[in-house]
Structure formats: C-alpha cells, structure tokens
Design a binder for this molecule. Sequence first.
Ligand code: AP5
Ligand code: MG
Length: 192
Amino acid sequence: MFNLILFGPPGSGKGTQSDKLVAKYGLKHLSTGNLLRQEIADKTPLGLEAKSFIDKGQLVPDEVVIGMVDSFFELHKGARGFLFDGFPRTAAQATALDKLLALKETGIAAVLALEVGEDELVKRLLNRGKTSGRSDDTDEGVIRKRFAVYKSETSAVADHYKAAGKFKSIKGEGTVEDIFSALCTAIDKKMA
Ligand code: AP5
Ligand code: MG
C-alpha cells in the first residue's frame, strides 16, 4: 500500500489537490471533514454531535473521528492506498493512525504540508463561504478560531512526522497546477 497525508491549515488547498491526486494515483480519498459533513447532512447522531464543534471552529473529539476512520478502513479493505486529508489533526489521532495502519502491515509513506500565509487563507475561506454553504466559512471569527486550533493542537502532528523523517513542506501559494506538479514530484520520488 502507499499511504499519504496531505497536511496544512484550513484553506491551504488540501481538498482541491486531493481530488487531483486521487485521480492520478488511484488512492482512496479519506477526508474526515467531508465524512463529518456527510453525517451532518444525513442527520445521524454522530453528525449532530459533530455539528456543535464544527460550527464553533473546534475539533470534533478524537474518539469520534478515530472510530469513523476505522469504519472507513473496513469499508475499503481492497484499497491500494489512502490519501488522508484533514486527518490526523492531533497527536492522539496520529498515534491511532499509526496503529491502525500497522494492523494492515503498512504505514505512512510521506506527509506533504501545504504552506500558505494566513492573510491568503482568510481570503480564500471567506470567498468560498459565499457559495460553499459551509457554516464554518462565513464568520471570520470562526475562521480565526480554526487557525488557532491548528496552531495549538494540529502542529503536534507535524512534529510527530518530522521525528519520523516523513515530513516535507510544499509551497501552497501559486496556481493550482503548479502546486499539483510540486506535489507529484515529491510523490514520484517517494514511490520510486
Ligand atoms: P476540514 O473539512 O478538514 O476543513 P479544514 O482543514 O479547515 O480545511 P478546508 O477544507 O477548509 O480547506 P482545504 O485545505 O481543504 O482547502 P480547499 O482545497 O478547500 O475540517 C472542517 C472541520 O471539521 C474542522 O474545523 C473540525 O471541526 C472538523 N474536523 C475535520 N477533521 C477532523 C479531525 N481529524 N479531527 C477533529 N475534527 C475534525 O481550498 C480552500 C479554498 O481555496 C477553495 O475555495 C479553493 O477553491 C481555493 N483554492 C485552493 N487552492 C488555491 C490556490 N492555489 N489559489 C487560490 N485559491 C485556491
Ligand atoms: Mg478540505
């Protein structure tokens, strides 16, 4: 299996680039944000619980997210690899992911981190908020809260994979095509 984490702050382009990467490399896209929004749309108990956190820009509790990822693995046992987008987001999630992958006798090949300045991120998210229908995109206060959470809780994930020698930064500003091509170069090196 070939498993990749696409890492970066809210609005850095994880979803945009994931769509292109899964099409090129045949990986299964696992976006915990998308899975949570689907649960909310389906009005499941998990979705109802998650909504209260997402609307405030806070993280959904680890055990909820890890359980959801575990179920996703069960559903996609034949996958040739996964592209993780927006997961893991805490040190506990990173440790849980390593364990779940070890059970499958595999691991993370690389963590590619999209680097984008905060002003550009706010601009992108407020702009998307005009059309996305995402409750967490319309209020600048909630957007700033998501950045604060990223710094306080999610930066530990970068440290986790830096310690494992798997972390690589990629410039996330510029055209979607140029960023995609930089990601592909990094992935092709890992695959070779
Ligand atoms: P999640 O859905 O993961 O959102 P996020 O990480 O906040 O990031 P976004 O999806 O907003 O941004 P993105 O990096 O995917 O960028 P995109 O490609 O869309 O999480 C949402 C919430 O769910 C969290 O706050 C939390 O509550 C909860 N959650 C999710 N996972 C969780 C977990 N593991 N644990 C706990 N809670 C969890 O691009 C953004 C915009 O920019 C788009 O409009 C796009 O068109 C545009 N854009 C993209 N690339 C470019 C470019 N190169 N130039 C200009 N514009 C661009
Ligand atoms: Mg996204």
